[in-house]
Write a protein that binds this ligand. Structure first.
Ligand SMILES: Nc1nc2c(ncn2[C@@H]2O[C@H](COP(=O)(O)OP(=O)(O)OP(=O)(O)O)[C@@H](O)[C@H]2O)c(=O)[nH]1
Ligand SMILES: [Mg+2]
Length: 465
């Protein structure tokens, strides 16, 4: 953690509305920093807050300089260091109207309190050592979570489970460094490196443990960001109808005119706690229509970024050679991007006595309109997108690309140290690699950081958090 505690204590307290702007039962205004209690007291009529203990609640009125009442409120006191930010904090609960809340905030700001930046309370919590950086990031993940699995993953990180692993890795590296440096001291006396075997084991174990944690990222990413599932197929195949059926509302326009969907359409859909980002696309076909052609381009871009491609084929129409080729291309790439071939309009097909033998394997046949096999499709979408992934959401998951990158770099450094050891290099080479690994791991928990990283992390937060 950077030592900015002193700097912080010189700054004026900050304040912001901590609840969403709108009409509600109550709203909360948060004030934090050195002198926060005095500043609130200066516009508070009730008990003298400066004389009250931490974790107590007091009824009173917020009053303007001319003595007029802004609102009746409850003030909750948290004394440093026992608060979210680690600083003296007052949380003012007032009536939840847009204007009254704004008026309470403005009255407090008039006392020489500064308006808080997005995430500044959490940033102060980090700078004051209340949270590690990965825990601060988990706070944002928790607020932005769109599925219950994402909530669970954020909670794990907030509880410090990732941080605990990282600290353990760091300790292992410190131990390894100590062994290497011991050898450095011995080198002049030409003493054989007695601990070489032990050191090698320590480093290879560490390498494997980091790799295991890294492996959870594939699942972690899907849990946090959702499974990007792209519906693809010929115009009129029933892509928009399926999207609407899954989300249970008429999000996309459906007509019997081929080429109805021109742009990609996104909709969030949760299934068994997992978020799917459904993307309906413009039907794939050669077209001279400029708008439709742009739509087809967007469809192609969407499937390049997909976590799951669902190819829809209208069962009531014969499969032509070109479409067969297209499907084969997707199937070939299925190892990289999970793929499902789904036959649509099964209801029509069942009535169709002259079904054409297509000699192609469908993963499933459905009717979106008559809701046939839709539950099976949901199951299959989840199963296929998590196939070959270690989907155990009760264990710790790495969910952030920032953490993944740092772990990867740390692992590369550990591997380099193992190679150096095997090639009989001197200890100072190993030391450099181990120091770099230590640094990379430190960026995850925030022992090592810089302003740009902090700015980009905390700008994701809302004001008042
Ligand atoms: N009988 C039957 N008709 C369906 C089914 N699904 C879709 N349709 C019909 O097929 C037509 C095309 O459906 P859409 O969902 O618009 O197809 P699309 O793939 O989005 O088409 P584009 O946007 O043009 O690419 C509409 O008339 C739908 O009512 C189904 O399961 N059964
Ligand atoms: Mg459509």
């Amino acid at each position: 953690m950077p030592d900015t505690t002193n700097e912080l204590s010189q700054q004026p307290p900050i304040a912001a509305i901590a609840t969403p702007i709108g009409e509600g039962g109550i709203a909360v205004i948060r004030v934090s920093g050195r002198g926060a209690v005095d500043k609130v007291q200066a516009c508070f009529k009730g008990k003298d807050l400066t004389q009250q203990q931490s974790h107590t609640v007091h009824f009173g009125k917020i009053i303007r300089k001319d003595g007029s009442v802004v609102d009746e409120v409850l003030a909750t006191l948290f004394r440093s260091p026992k608060s979210y930010t680690g600083e003296d904090t007052v949380e003012i609960s007032c009536h939840g109207g847009v204007l009254v809340t704004q008026a309470v905030l403005e009255t407090i700001l008039e006392q020489g309190v500064r308006s808080a930046e997005p995430g500044e309370f959490t940033q102060r919590a980090f700078l004051n050592g209340k949270l590690d950086l990965d825990q601060a990031e988990a706070v944002a993940d928790l607020i932005h979570a769109k599925s219950i699995k994402a909530v669970d993953a954020a909670h794990q990180q907030l509880e410090g489970r990732l941080g605990k692993h990282i600290k353990q890795f760091r300790q292992q590296i410190i131990d390894a460094k100590a062994m290497v440096e011991l050898e450095l001291d011995f080198i002049e006396e030409d003493v054989e490196f007695a601990n070489k075997k032990q050191l090698r084991k320590l480093l290879t174990d560490l390498n494997e443990e980091i790799a295991r944690l890294l492996d959870t990222y594939e699942t972690g990413r899907l849990v946090k960001d959702g499974v990007k599932s792209v519906f693809i197929g010929r115009p009129n195949a029933g892509k928009s109808t399926l999207l609407n059926t899954l989300i249970g509302s008429e999000r996309a326009i459906v007509t019997d005119i081929a080429g109805t969907t021109r742009d990609t359409i996104d909709a969030d859909w949760s299934y068994e706690g997992l978020l799917f980002k459904l993307i309906d696309t413009a039907g794939l076909r050669e077209t001279v229509d400029v708008i439709e052609a742009e739509g087809v381009k967007r469809s192609q871009k969407a499937f390049e970024e997909a976590d799951l491609v669902v190819y829809l084929k209208d069962l009531s129409l014969p499969l032509d050679a070109e479409e067969r080729k297209e499907i084969a291309e997707f199937q070939k790439r299925a190892a990289q991007t999970p793929f499902l071939l789904v036959g649509t309009k099964l209801d029509l097909n069942q009535r169709n006595s002259t079904e054409i033998e297509e000699r192609i394997h469908y993963d499933l046949k459905i009717s979106a309109i008559e809701e046939q096999n839709i539950d099976d499709l949901k199951k299959l979408m989840k199963q296929r997108s998590l196939e070959n992934k270690d989907y155990d959401t009760s264990s710790l998951l790495v969910t952030s690309s920032r953490h993944r990158d740092a772990l990867q770099k740390a692992r590369e450094n550990v591997q380099r140290a193992i190679e150096a050891l095997d090639q009989g290099m001197t200890g100072d080479f190993l030391s450099i690699d181990l120091r770099s690994a230590l640094k990379e791991l430190g960026t995850i928990t925030g022992e090592i950081t810089n302003e740009d990283v902090l700015d980009s992390i905390f700008s994701r937060f809302c004001i008042g958090k």
